[in-house]
Design a protein around this ligand. Sequence first.
Ligand SMILES: Cc1cc2nc3c(=O)[nH]c(=O)nc-3n(C[C@H](O)[C@H](O)[C@H](O)COP(=O)(O)O)c2cc1C
Length: 215
Amino acid sequence: MCGMLAAAVQDFKNLTFLKWKALRCPHHASGALAKSCEIELIWRIPIDGLDYYAMVQLLIVYHSKTGGSRQMAEAACSAACEEVTTVLKTAQEAGPEDLLGADGYIFCAPENLAAIAGVMKDFYDRSYYPALGRIEGRPYAQMVCAGSDGESAARQTARIAQGWRLKDVQPPLIICTHAQTPDEILAEKTIPEEQLALCRDLGAAMGAGLSIGAF
Ligand SMILES: Cc1cc2nc3c(=O)[nH]c(=O)nc-3n(C[C@H](O)[C@H](O)[C@H](O)COP(=O)(O)O)c2cc1C
């Protein structure tokens, strides 16, 4: 998509996000929702009498030092991408342009020292003002990987999302590894299958909700 068209589509999304659920897939004369489109999850956007097309996109941003959050984000991604176009990025890779280009978000990070892990916080710091006022109303969910708590990181993320006027679609999913000693905390993590299933459920729900315009 050329830059001008991308900007027009973005403006349209920002202005009319709430109307998205009324748009219909252009590949189905019967007016089926985009979810059932065989080609891609695409929305038709009329601008000045011309039809433009845009994909519905879920962005997952994560940070992980010892693998727990990465496994959670990858699990959510594996389920979400069955439902909707899904982009998975690390907090270091991601920036405000990724937020602007997506229609909903999953944020996933460890709790460190009763706070959001610093690398994830840096993503928020870099992105907060460039995205402020431009992503209002978009849905988000969050996952936290913690040793034994996770509530403080979840509250911080919720506060940032509230500043952006995002819509939280479910309570934070906090997974505790129960690592206690320094050696356990610094060791590579393996998130058990039943907990990864919760992450997949979250990703699937987020993806399905986005694809049918449910939020
Ligand atoms: C420096 C440091 C500080 C931590 N502080 C907390 C904390 O405040 N609360 C908590 O529940 N876990 C804490 N942990 C544990 C991590 O959240 C846990 O190990 C988690 O698995 C890390 O996620 P990751 O595997 O994606 O890196 C801390 C870990 C480190 C390395």
